[in-house]
Design a protein around this ligand. Structure first.
Ligand code: MV4
Length: 449
């Protein structure tokens, strides 16, 4: 058993991790930048170490400061949360070199999934379905032309070191290929310091369905069903749910097995998510694997009864996963509450929260680091709370979410709560007929409602 874990993160996820540690009898060390001195994760941890100024690069991303904090507090393990250093192979490696257990996969697993062309090749070799496209990196415009003529337009060019929607370009006709190819390479070089790109057939109007997996150090991998994350804006997820409205038991079985195969192919350890696109005929294709705990993990927790952070810690300590049948009960939905103004194109809304009344009642969960009087620092992302509800059916979960959103009173800043309320009332959302295009191209938020 670990005696003490350092949480290398901030905000709601730091608090989320600290809560599970407390329940497991593990001491916690929080780290914080000077901008987060009044944050709840600092208050609720057993110890806290200031690691630098507000800028992430000089605090939450600064590996030497995090290791120094772990060493002076005698922490045996580091939980990276999501974002920041959670998917940096180098951080996983340096932790290992200092005899600190990184709660997550090995540097090698992270690196093999982080490079998208390498990941795709690994999937092909392990019979995980992928979108037809180039055989690895496209080295020249002549190569690009040949690939595109073979697979047909439209195509999508993606940066090998990209991911999460960064560094992609859609090309509808050959006329635009040369320009898009060279621009994509240039952008990839400046954004990721890696000009490599690859090409895929562009899947029109896809659904985003991801499978949660858990892997122990003994080669056992299980899946915990899916989350539908199709409701996004500018590659930011807005709402996630489980099960997916499009899922069938047969498709879940197939996608679950593919996700397990994906994890096994890189000797994965810990919690991970395998992201798939699903097309209108319910064909599914591997997109990428996220080698961290994700923001939306609570929807899986609420319907499977697993504490995913506890599972991460247990497998990191070398425990074996129990091989029991997956039970998914009911339906869970998560709305991300951001400090943004939906009436003004979601511009960030900084400032002090004056009133903060959280909803409650049956099967309502609020994961947040915010409170009345909390000043939102402008240096980090805008998510201030996650509202998660569950109910026996999707219809009931939508009703519960709507009433919980109305109970959630935040004053002093603008939030995305009004946007979510209108989404709950939307017919297509209620019917489950939406894909990744829906929020940006079809759904209309009415500020006057
Ligand atoms: C695609 C695609 C269509 N065809 N690949 C965006 C995030 C990254 N994980 C993969 N992404 C996409 N890859 C092919 N071959 C469309 C997207 C995409 C998308 C995917 C999931 C959720 C929202 C999206 C929004 C725009 C594009």
């Amino acid at each position: 058993m670990f005696n003490k874990i350092l949480v290398a993160n901030r905000g709601e996820i730091a608090l989320r991790i600290i809560r599970t540690c407390k329940e497991m009898g593990i001491k916690t060390v929080a780290v914080y930048s000077t901008a987060d001195a009044d944050s709840l994760h600092v208050k609720f941890a057993d110890e806290a170490v200031c690691i630098g100024p507000p800028a992430s690069k000089e605090s939450y991303l600064k590996i030497p400061s995090l290791l120094a904090a772990a060493e002076i507090t005698n922490a045996e393990a580091i939980h990276p949360g999501y974002g920041f250093l959670s998917e940096k192979a180098e951080f996983s490696r340096i932790c290992a070199e200092h005899d600190i257990k990184f709660i997550g996969p090995s540097p090698d697993s992270i690196a093999r999934m982080g490079n998208k062309t390498m990941a795709k090749e690994t999937m092909i070799n392990n019979n995980v379905p992928v979108v037809p496209g180039s055989d690895g990196v496209v080295e020249s415009i002549e190569d690009a032309r040949k690939v595109c003529n073979d697979i047909g337009y439209p195509v999508i060019i993606k940066a090998s070191s990209g991911g999460g929607g960064r560094g992609m370009r859609i090309v509808h006709e050959e006329e635009n290929l040369q320009k898009s190819y060279s621009m994509c390479k240039q952008e990839a070089k400046s954004a990721f310091d890696d000009p490599d790109v690859y090409i895929e057939k562009f899947v029109e109007d896809p659904h985003h369905v991801e499978i949660q997996i858990l892997a122990d150090q003994h080669g056992n991998v299980i899946h915990l069903g899916e989350r539908d994350c199709s409701l996004q804006r500018r590659h930011q997820k807005i709402l996630e749910e489980s099960p997916s409205p499009l899922m069938t038991p047969e498709l879940r079985e197939e996608m679950g097995q593919s996700a397990i195969d994906a994890a096994k192919s890189v000797d994965y350890e810990g919690a991970g998510t395998v992201e798939f696109l699903v097309d209108k005929d319910k064909n599914f294709y591997f997109m990428e694997m996220n080698t961290r705990i994700q923001v939306e993990h609570p929807v899986t927790e609420e319907i499977t009864n697993y504490d995913l952070v506890a599972e991460q810690i247990k497998v990191a300590m070398g425990q074996k996963l129990e091989d029991k049948e997956l039970k998914m009960r009911g339906h869970a939905i998560e709305c991300r509450i951001n400090a943004e103004d939906p009436e003004h194109n979601f511009r960030p809304s900084a400032g002090t929260i004056e009133v903060f009344h959280t909803p409650g009642g049956h099967s309502v969960r609020v994961d947040t680091h915010a409170y009345a009087g909390y000043r939102i620092p402008p240096h980090y992302d805008s998510m201030i709370a996650k509202l998660i509800v569950s109910a026996p059916t999707r219809e009931d979960a939508i009703k519960r979410m709507r009433r919980s959103l109305e109970e959630f009173i935040i004053e002093g800043i603008k939030t995305t709560i009004p946007y979510h309320i209108q989404l709950m009332d939307d017919e297509n959302f209620q019917k489950g007929t939406f894909n990744t295009k829906y929020l940006e191209e079809k759904f209309n938020f009415n500020p006057d409602k």
